[in-house]
Every structure is written in C-alpha cells, then in structure tokens.
Design a protein around this ligand. Structure first.
Ligand code: GCU
Length: 620
C-alpha cells in the first residue's frame, strides 16, 4: 500500500489538468480481440474539491501532497487518503445509483485497482475504456498515460511502457462536473451519471496491428465490398488480407499511403443485411502478425429525393427514441440484459428502428441491433445551446464524432449519424453544425447525416418569438437553415404536450422547405403509469391523455409527404434532474411508453397497433 501511495504522489506532478484529450486512440472491434477484463470492484475516493489535482491555490499539484505517502518525499506531512481501505464501486457502472451518498454527486472521483500482468514479447498493450463520464485522467504505476474528455465514447491508451511483470495498479480520476464549454454543455434533460460507465480492459496487440477499417457494400457495383484497412505501425508494401469464408471471397492487397490498404472484394450471392433478414458474415482480417475477425452485415443506405432507400428499396422507419437508462435497476445501461430488455420492448412494439438519444450508447446496443435487424440513428451530444462560437468546442465535438464513427462504422444496423439535437437557429450554430455534418460525411460517405431540428409556428421563429399569424394558428414550418447540410431531416415537436391540445394535431399543417426524407425524431407526452382519467378530454399526466396524443399524432404525421420515419419520445421513462413533480415525475421524465419497471402504458398499445398494422408511414 505504502509504495502505491508513493507512486501516486509522483503521478500528480506529471498532471497537465485543463479539460482535454491526450494520448488516446480508439481501437475498433475490441469485443473480438483477446482482452484482460478489469471490470469488477474498484476502490474509490470522492474528491469534491479536486484536492488530489489542485493545490490550495488552485494550481496543478506540484508536490503531490494529496497522494504523498512517502515521508522522505513529503517530509512529515500527513498522508490523507488510502485506496486500500476505501470502499469500492462496480465497474462498469455509474456511481450515482451505486451509493445513495453519490446520487447527486458531480465532481472528481478517483478509481483505483490492482492487477497482475505478464509482459509478452513483440506486444503492445492498450488500456481500453468503453466510456468515462466526463473528464478522465489515467495513470498506470505512477505513469500518466492519457487523458480523455467526453462521456459516451470509447478510447484506448497505450500502457506498454508503464506496465511491469506481476503486480501493477491503475488509477483513474473521473470528473463529471458540467461546464459551459463541454459537450454536452450544462443543461441536459438526462441525469449526469458519472464514472467508468462502460467496460475497462487490457488489450494486447502485435507491434503493428489493425486499428481501424471500413468495409461496406458499394452503392454502385452489386456485390462489391469496398473500403480500407489501416494497420498501425505497418510499412508500405506489407500484406493485408480480407476474407469472407462463407462467400468464398478473399482479397489480398498491400499497404499503401498512410498505413492504409484499399479494399475491393467482389462477392457472389451475398445476402444483404436488412431488418427482415439481418444476415451477418464472419469477416477475417489479417495484417502481418495481427488477425482479427468481425461479424458484419452488408447493405446499402441512401437518400433518393424524399425516400430512404435500403438495398435499393424504399424503407419506412418505425421507431422509438431511447436513452441508455437501465430497465428496473436505472442508472447507465451497460449489461447485455439491460440492452436485451430495451430491444425486446422495442421489437414487441413493432419497431424496425431506434434513435439512440442523445449520445453514442454502449457497443452492446449496436451489436445487438446488428443481430436483431434494428436500424439505428446514433448521435453525438451536440445538444441544445453548446458554445457554438468556441473553436475548442468544435474540436471536442469533432473528437466525439470521430470516436463514434470509428467504433460503429462497420455496424450495418447504424444508418444515420446525427450531429445535433434541438439547437438554436443562430449563425454560429449553423456554421458549427454544417462543419460537423461535412466532417461526418467526409469520415463516412456510406451513411446518411441527420440532426433533430426545432420546428416553428408560422409567424414565429424557432424559439417561439414573434406574432402568431392569426390566419393559421396550427401552421408548422420546417425551414431551419441547417437542413441544407443534412441528408435526412429530423424534427421534434410536442403538439398536445408543450403546446396546444392533442386534438389540435388534426388540423395542423406542415410546410417543409426540404425535399428530403423527414423523420419525426420526437413527439409525445408524459403519463404516470396507473394514473387514469375518465374525463373528456382526459386529464394531463394520465395514461389516457398520453394515448390521446398518439391517437391524434399518427394520422397527422401520415399527411406529411416527406415523412419516412419516426422515433417518438420515448421508449422508457428515464431519470432527469429537471423533472421535479412530486408523486408523478420524481426525477423521471415520464414520456416513456413503458416505465423503468417495465409497466406498459396505454399509449404503448396505440403505437404497437399502428406499427404492427403498418398504418403509419408510406407503403414500402
Ligand atoms: C426535448 C429533448 C429531449 C427531452 C424532451 C422532453 O425535445 O430533445 O432530450 O427529454 O424534449 O422535453 O421530454
């Protein structure tokens, strides 16, 4: 214990502490690599004043007072912490739902655990973090190995040089303090669950290894799988092979510019991936000493006029929005059971599509969607009023986009990258998000780029200012300039909840500027399960009121010519710090069709009937 504390002391002296990301990468297909899991119980220390990071004058700790356990180093200063005798938290998992004292905690919390390691020749080792909300600093055996900002994307830090044979330890400080310059910024309608919220593991790879690839079905040449493979540390000319044994298809090429090999793999009788037949193929990739397999589906997705076209055929997205909130247990959804429960409910509802709100979810979710044939909208948390004029914020947003695309670019289920939700129509915002949309398209031209836009009433701007045009009180307009940069328009509206009555949907008109596919990415209202109303119209907060909203929404939406999908808000009630109505909300947003305890509200059956009978959406 003593040595560990000593080592931690040294750690802090090396600590540049501004919120940032350094020395990280994102290895892909990690769940198909041999890994050493570091999940389990980790000691933790709650450090509300960041005492371990900053001195009493707020500068980066130079002497490492907080972590100092070596009298020689610290003189006769007292040692004021001890991981070994500190309580433990489960990793992966948020800290808020594990310890009632941490329910509202926002700040720095330190994680520490020991592990044994046996170095292997010609091997590099990475510490893989599935996600850590929000700002994390990582040390292995006193060496500062990396820092990462962003709470919902995976990252990997090389620890080869820091490891030693036998006993090792890792320390991670995680800070979920909300800041205006963060992504997301200070206000969100979801709980700011902090911690090491997804799997942590060690990954061994050869000196040069496959760290990224993109393999997708060509939109122009039937059966051709095209893309590239990047081999970190590989010299030009070294071999790369991609094979799909089931299709007797193999291609061997050599590495060219930038450690990348271009792939063109013709196949015969490939069965394209779709919700009806989510066919996955075992794909084997080799590059020198490195070998990797992946389970991949191949499909094409395009926007043609106002159609979303999957494998050459128009498709309608019957979906739901969902947060990464764990059913029953609440807190961050991390286990396969959490994911399967949410997907079981979505499929019971008749969904072929899910909007993963408002941040990338655990990889188990996109893997499971691949297996089950559920089309996915994946989003980065450019949510509400980011600091759009701040270049550092654009860099953070781009980093999160890069990490999201990198992890899931080979998941056939993922068809839409969303760069934002409900952002104000300002020049800075439009410039920022247009850049983001173009960067997403540059990273991945095989998918569709979208965002959830605000809609306005005729005579009003998006934020509702201005005079209602008395002649058309129910006239909705979709002309947010950001729509120009998108392939698919997402729009959120809450007719019958935040404005007007459920019935007013019946005579609401939609003036949509864009001849592009439109997804109604949010609509709905709240209901407390078991709260019933016999009144006509039914009382707000009752299941009948929520059902009425759906009964009037679906026919209205069907009248929108560009409508090619919907993801009502929301599959399951989820925790939110801004939902405070006692006895009804109690820190939960109650717009779910299902409660966090799995209770189905009346509206669940209204939508299920429409989805099962395909009475919503254009005939496919
Ligand atoms: C917004 C927002 C959601 C929020 C929802 C609501 O549109 O995008 O994050 O939870 O509305 O108000 O319930």
């Amino acid at each position: 214990m003593h040595t560990r504390n000593l080592i931690l002391t040294a750690l802090l002296t090396a600590l540049p502490l501004a919120a940032q990301t350094t020395n990280t990468t994102t290895l892909i297909d990690v769940d198909h690599r041999a890994t050493t899991s570091l999940d389990g119980d980790w000691h933790y220390i709650v450090d509300p004043y960041a005492t371990g990071l900053y001195s009493f004058h707020g500068d980066v700790r130079a002497d490492g007072f907080f972590m100092n356990a070596d009298p020689a180093l610290a003189g006769n200063r007292p040692v004021e912490y001890n991981f070994a005798t500190s309580p433990t938290l489960k990793v992966p998992g948020d800290w808020n739902t594990q310890d009632p004292k941490l329910f509202y905690y926002e700040g720095v919390l330190w994680y520490q655990r020991d592990f044994t390691y046996t170095p292997k020749a010609n091997t590099r080792t990475f510490l893989h973090i599935g996600a850590a909300n929000y700002q994390s600093h990582i040390w292995v055996n006193t060496k500062s190995v990396c820092e990462h900002e962003g709470g919902f994307t995976a990252f990997d830090c090389e620890v080869t040089a820091a490891l030693k044979p036998g006993k090792n330890f890792v320390v991670i400080s995680v800070d979920n303090t909300r800041k205006p310059e963060n992504v997301p910024t200070v206000k969100t309608d979801w709980w700011n669950y902090g911690g090491l919220t997804r799997d942590v593991s060690l990954i061994d790879v050869p000196q040069s290894f496959i760290d990224e690839y993109d393999l997708h079905l060509s939109r122009t040449t039937p059966g051709l799988i095209e893309g590239w493979v990047h081999v970190e540390g590989a010299a030009a000319g070294s071999p790369v092979t991609v094979a799909i044994p089931e299709l007797k298809a193999t291609v061997s090429v050599t590495i060219g510019e930038g450690s990348r090999a271009t792939i063109a793999l013709p196949t015969k009788s490939l069965s394209p991936w779709s919700p009806e037949s989510p066919k996955l193929y075992k794909v084997a990739l080799t590059a020198g000493a490195d070998a990797l397999t992946d389970d991949m589906g191949f499909r094409t997705i395009e926007a043609r006029g106002i159609e979303i076209v999957l494998n050459g055929k128009p498709v309608f997205l019957r979906g739901m929005s969902v947060h990464a909130e764990a059913p029953y247990r609440t807190g961050r959804a991390v286990t396969q059971k959490d994911i399967d429960t949410l997907l079981d409910w979505a499929q019971e509802l008749g969904c072929n599509f899910l909007r993963l709100a408002h941040y990338p979810h655990d990889e188990r979710m996109t893997r499971a969607a691949d297996k089950r044939g559920i089309l996915i909208w994946s989003e980065i948390p450019d949510y509400w009023a980011l600091q759009f004029a701040n270049p550092a914020v654009l860099a953070k947003s781009t980093q999160q986009l890069t990490e999201m695309v990198r992890r899931d670019r080979n998941k056939a289920a993922v068809i839409l990258w969303s760069v934002a939700n409900e952002t104000p129509n300002t020049e800075a915002r439009t410039k920022f998000l247009t850049t983001m949309a173009n960067r997403a398209r540059a990273m991945d031209a095989s998918r569709l780029i979208t965002a959830a836009l605000l809609v306005r009433n005729k005579g009003h701007n998006e934020s509702g200012e201005g005079k209602v045009n008395t002649s058309e009180p129910n006239a909705k307009v979709v002309d947010d300039p950001l729509g120009e940069a998108l392939d698919v328009i997402g729009t959120n509206e809450y007719i019958g909840w935040y404005e007007r009555t459920p019935e007013s949907a019946d005579n609401t008109t939609w003036d949509i500027k864009y001849q592009k596919p439109l997804i109604m990415s949010e609509f709905g209202g709240e209901a407390k399960f078991g709260n019933h109303s016999k009144a006509t119209p039914p009382a707000r907060w009752s299941e009948e009121y929520q059902a009425t909203i759906y009964e009037h929404q679906l026919p209205m939406l069907n009248k929108i010519p560009q409508l090619r999908g919907m993801s009502p808000w929301i599959l399951m009630d989820f925790r939110s710090p801004s939902r405070l109505l006692p006895g009804t909300q109690d820190n939960f947003n109650r717009k779910g069709l299902i409660t966090e305890n799995g209770e189905k509200k009346k509206a669940f059956y209204v939508l299920q009937k429409a989805y099962k009978n395909k009475t919503v959406g254009k005939a496919e």
